[in-house]
Design a protein around this ligand. Structure first.
Ligand code: PNS
Length: 175
């Protein structure tokens, strides 16, 4: 008997990918044969990382996770999902803060393509509060990043926001 390969698409801006995203991807691979992480172009959102860099970082972060591919899309998500012959959209659901937005998106996508299901994964509680915007803020302020992002992302963030050199001191006047 021929069994159908179950393909899912995990879309997002991934600006940048975090350990929370990675946790969701890994959980999704336990249910689906292939998981396509789809980086949305969305340059209009003014991302910190350009589109190519976000794709590069997602590839670097997911290298070694079996069953994961990285791709990108612009335009409607459901068009991409159907082109890839995927049956589901993966999204992470953290606390209630995500609910309204995710619910609206899932129902809109269902209206556009009734056979595409949205499947929500709850990330590990370690990452419940984690978001790309928090990581961007920490990076700008020179905060520690290793608990939040994979090493290639940390490196890229440090390059983007180099640590500030110690404050310039005004020379004291000689009396
Ligand atoms: O990581 P994000 O920014 O929450 O991801 C949101 C994303 C890119 C998945 C969503 O905005 C999207 O699917 N955009 C593509 C346009 C689309 O299909 N819109 C209709 C569904 S709301």
């Amino acid at each position: 008997m021929k069994t159908r390969t179950k393909v899912a698409v995990y879309p997002g801006s991934f600006d940048p990918i975090t350990l929370g995203h990675l946790d969701v991807v890994t959980r999704a691979t336990h249910l689906f044969d292939r998981v396509i992480v789809a980086v949305a172009k969305r340059e209009e959102k003014g991302p910190v990382f350009g589109f190519r860099e976000r794709v590069r970082l997602v590839k670097a972060a997911t290298r070694g996770v079996p069953g994961v591919e990285v791709d990108s899309f612009s335009g409607l998500l459901v068009d991409f999902v159907q082109k890839k012959k995927a049956c589901a959209v993966i999204r992470g659901m953290r606390a209630v803060m995500d609910f309204d937005y995710e619910f609206q998106m899932a129902l809109t996508n269902r209206k556009l393509a009734s056979r595409v299901e949205t499947v929500f994964f709850v990330p590990s509680e370690k990452y419940f509060y984690l978001s790309s915007s928090l990581v961007r803020e920490l990076a700008k302020m020179g905060g520690s990043l290793s608990c939040f992002v994979p090493p290639p992302v940390e490196k890229a963030l440090r390059r983007k926001f180099p640590p500030r050199v110690g404050r310039r001191t005004t020379p004291t006047k000689k009396r």
